[in-house]
Design a protein around this ligand. Structure first.
Ligand code: BGC
Length: 439
């Protein structure tokens, strides 16, 4: 009976998504159920959607001349004001989880000056999710830090870890208990991973000049922020920050499921010589060790990397490209989930997975293929507790600004009107039924 009900709900929503026809094989074969309580969600990050984050390190870099950013974040999606509408959309789609980021520069715009209004803002978001029956999934740090923190040398200085721990404590105390999952950091291994990409490696030559100009702009002798910081200097401090923040948050919320998320590509060796082992040792291994006591690991996957002797190889000619120049390769998710589960022994939550495309039917195809791989990884033993799609909204995609569409929902650049895309209903249909169709 339950199976029948869920099959019907899945069918209804899948029909609405335009992706399936009346001859859906769902009628003939059993659906593939997910465990009870599986998280089905969509994610955003403070700086990418809120708008007007004038005290963030990224805002400084966006306004340098020259700047690596195609455009400043500006109003972004105006989610600072429209957050309720965003949460309503998550609910309307049928998802049960909303992952969003707390913007440190809103909470502590100047060192030691706390904004009670901003703390209350995020608390209200968490409480509103609970009111709608949604799980709020909180990211304490999604790349950006306050400009004053960057001016103190950011993650490159061990002494700065104290500032982050204090911020986490303050947030944990203010946020109440209406959320059950949180990440200290989003993808602290991103810069290390990017440093294997040829275009990023070229850009790295300009980072010292970028950081000097940013330091001048904020009246400091230093500026250190993601992703232009010194990766090797930052690493031990980021790991210490994760451990200390985790302990501090857990002291306030012992029952909270707490971890961090890692960017994981499906790393494949190029035939004829590959630096794969060195890349794994540099980009992933320190973090696999750092999360060994965490409640879960957040896996964030967008595609594969074919690793040549010293750098990743560009995608081969003829493959389908995404708007960010990656290969359209949803199968990566099953592989990274299995890898992370094996390497860490921790439960897994997919905290990001998605594709940059203007063609929403390709997003639907991406979701279907990624979820099929995820389900197989689970059948083979990976303990996966949730799938959170990136992103809820078409948003500020860092240096690409507004040129890449990752959203299940589009946002008008002038009016900020939101429009639910078929892919949103499609994913929501699976969430409602807690199942995906058979292969
Ligand atoms: C980040 C997001 C970003 C997404 C797509 C992830 O690395 O967490 O902030 O927008 O990838 O590029």
């Amino acid at each position: 009976m339950i199976e029948d009900m869920s099959r019907r709900t899945v069918l209804q929503a899948a029909g609405a998504s335009l992706a399936m026809t009346a001859a859906s094989p769902l009628l003939a074969a059993p659906t593939r159920k997910f465990r009870d309580g599986f998280l089905w969600g969509a994610a955003t990050a403070g700086h990418q959607v809120e708008g007007g984050n004038v005290n963030a390190d990224s805002w400084v870099m966006e306004h340098l001349s020259p700047s690596a950013f195609a455009e400043p974040s500006g109003d972004a999606c105006d989610s600072w004001n429209r957050w309720r509408e965003d949460i309503d959309l998550v609910k309307r789609m049928g998802l049960n989880t909303y992952r969003f980021g707390i913007e440190w520069s809103r909470i502590e715009p100047e060192r030691g000056e706390w904004s009670h209004a901003s703390l209350a803002h995020y608390r209200t978001m968490v409480d509103y999710c609970a009111e709608l029956g949604l799980q709020a999934f909180v990211t304490f740090s999604h790349f950006t830090t306050p400009r004053w923190f960057a001016g103190l040398g950011g993650w490159e200085e061990a002494a700065n870890v104290d500032h982050f721990v204090r911020f986490c404590e303050t947030v944990a105390r203010a946020m109440g208990s209406n959320y059950a999952h949180a990440l200290t950091f989003n993808e602290p291994n991103l810069a290390a991973q990017l440093s294997w990409q040829p275009e990023f490696r070229q850009m790295m030559a300009y980072f010292p000049a970028n950081n000097r100009a940013a330091a001048r702009m904020i009246g400091s002798d230093r500026f250190s922020a993601t992703p232009t910081f010194d990766i090797a200097r930052a690493l031990p401090n980021q790991i210490a920050a994760h451990h200390r923040a985790r302990d501090a948050i857990k002291a306030i919320r012992p029952e909270l499921q707490l971890g961090l998320s890692l960017t994981l590509a499906d790393e494949q060796p190029a035939p004829g010589g590959s630096g794969l082992e060195r890349k794994i040792a540099e980009v992933y291994q320190p973090w696999f060790e750092a999360v060994s006591q965490d409640d879960f690991v957040g896996v964030q996957t967008y595609g594969r990397a074919v690793v040549g002797p010293t750098l990743d190889l560009p995608p081969p000619l003829g493959v389908e490209p995404t708007q960010t120049g990656m290969e359209f390769y949803p199968e990566a998710l099953g592989a990274t989930v299995k890898w992370a589960a094996k390497a860490t022994g921790r439960p897994i939550i997919v905290t990001e997975n998605g594709v940059a495309t203007a063609d929403d039917s390709r997003r639907i195809a991406y979701i279907d293929r990624a979820l099929a791989g995820l389900r197989r990884a689970m059948d083979e033993g990976a303990d996966v507790r949730g799938y959170i799609h990136w992103s809820l909204l078409d948003n500020f995609e860092w240096n690409r600004a507004f040129t890449a569409q990752f959203g299940l929902v589009s946002v008008d650049r002038q009016t900020f009107a939101r429009r639910l895309k078929p892919s949103g209903l499609h994913l929501g249909g699976y969430a409602r039924g807690n199942a995906i169709p058979p292969v």
